[in-house]
Structures are given as C-alpha cells and as structure tokens.
Design a protein around this ligand. Structure first.
Ligand SMILES: N[C@@H](CCC(=O)N[C@@H](CS)C(=O)NCC(=O)O)C(=O)O
Length: 214
C-alpha cells in the first residue's frame, strides 16, 4: 500500500495542488478517485461521515490521519518533506497570506467560474458569471504584479504558496473562455517555471477521471 492516499479527481484544481506537491516531492502516493460529477460523491452521507465532514476533495490520508483543505495538506507535506517550505517566520506568514488570498479570491472564484461555464447544466447565470469574472481578473492582476521581477511568489525559490496558486491555471483556455497565460505575461512565465520543476504533470495526467464520459 502506498504511503499516501489522495482523494481527488482530474477536474479539481483544489486537489491538483496536493497531487502536484506529492509528485514534486517524490512521495509514494496513489489517487483515490472521487466520483464528483456522475455520483455526487462528496454530497453523500457516507463521504461526509467517513472521508470529510466538509464534503470536499482533496483529502490526504497518511499515517492514520485524514487531512483536508489543500493549504493544510501543503503545509503538512512541506513540514514532513522539508521541500517547498517557506524560509523562517516571515516567509511562513507570507506564504499563508497568499494561500488564503488564493483560496478566497483567485482560485476560489476561478474554480466555480470554470465549473459553471464548462460542466454545470444549465450553465451559470450571465450576471453571476460577469461578477465572478470581474473578481477573477482583479485577482489575476494582483498576482501578475506580484510576479513582476520575481521568479516565484515569495522570491527566487518555489514554495507551497506557488503550489497553491497554480491550482486551476494549467487547465485549457477553452474551459475558461480566456487565456490566462497569454493575457497575464508574468503569470505565463511563472507557470512555465513551475512546469519545469522535476515531477511536474498536468492535472489531467496526474489525477483520475479525465475525460469525463460524454
Ligand atoms: N478550500 C478547499 C476547497 C475544496 C473544494 O471546494 N473542493 C471541491 C472540488 S474542486 C469540492 O469538493 N466541492 C464540493 C462542494 O463544494 O460541494 C481546498 O483548498 O481544499
């Protein structure tokens, strides 16, 4: 049995953060497929009782522990592996600041936007989509500015802040209806740098469930 199990599915950028970290640190891990789309698995009483009371993926199982919230999982894996760890107290807080911003305002809006545009039937209400898109563009602008003159979010070294912020950003532009890497040049260059890390894989190649059955 693998050291780590990760409840995840290919379309989940939230889960991708954890799957990517596991791969980049060379962990012995295996995915546990969550049937989010066809089975509505995260909403079942069984999932909430046995896997995650919050009804979410990802969930990391390790050493008798079950951890959810990708920011917690990234922190746990960084502390155990000594990799992608922020350097000292100031960087630790700075990483947490970007992870919270990401969860709330960047990928926290981008994930639902992509879901409503691409997977939901019927697709999202146009007013809701316009609201979300405005928030997303604002947050992408903030990240793009942050990355001007920096290789990674905290400086010259990649940390868990980067692995959180890339969550949905490698999915195909057609799934959003706009091309983030092309429209935000600093983000595009940073995505290439993260992609060059040994062990990087695209979310659709790293987690099970792609493509969705038609
Ligand atoms: N902040 C959470 C977000 C997790 C999340 O929303 N996951 C989605 C899948 S991409 C989910 O399970 N949603 C189920 C629901 O909200 O009902 C994290 O970073 O882990």
């Amino acid at each position: 049995m693998a050291d780590y199990q990760l409840y995840c599915f290919a379309q989940s950028g939230n889960a991708y953060r954890a799957a990517l970290m596991l791969n980049l640190i060379g962990a012995d891990w295996r995915p546990v497929f969550v049937d989010f789309f066809a089975g509505g698995e995260t909403r079942t009483p069984e999932y909430r009782a046995n896997v995650n009371e919050m009804g979410e993926a990802p969930v990391l199982v390790h050493d008798g522990k079950k951890l959810s919230q990708s920011g917690v999982i990234l922190t746990y894996l960084a502390e155990r592996s000594g990799k992608f760890v922020p350097n000292g107290d100031d960087e630790r807080l700075e990483a947490l600041r970007w992870i919270i911003f990401d969860n709330q305002k960047l990928n926290g809006y981008l994930g639902p936007y992509r879901f409503l545009k691409n997977f939901a039937k019927p697709a999202g209400n146009p007013d809701v989509m316009a609201f979300l898109k405005g928030r997303i563009m604002g947050s992408l602008g903030i990240l793009d500015k942050r990355l001007a003159g920096r290789a990674f979010v905290l400086g010259e070294r990649p940390t868990i802040a980067d692995l959180s912020l890339v969550a949905y950003l490698y999915y195909p532009a057609e799934e959003f209806g706009f091309d983030i890497a092309a429209d935000f040049k600093n983000i595009g260059a940073w995505l290439d740098r993260v992609k060059a890390l040994p062990g990087w894989k695209h979310p659709y190649d790293l987690m099970p469930g792609h493509p969705l059955p038609s």
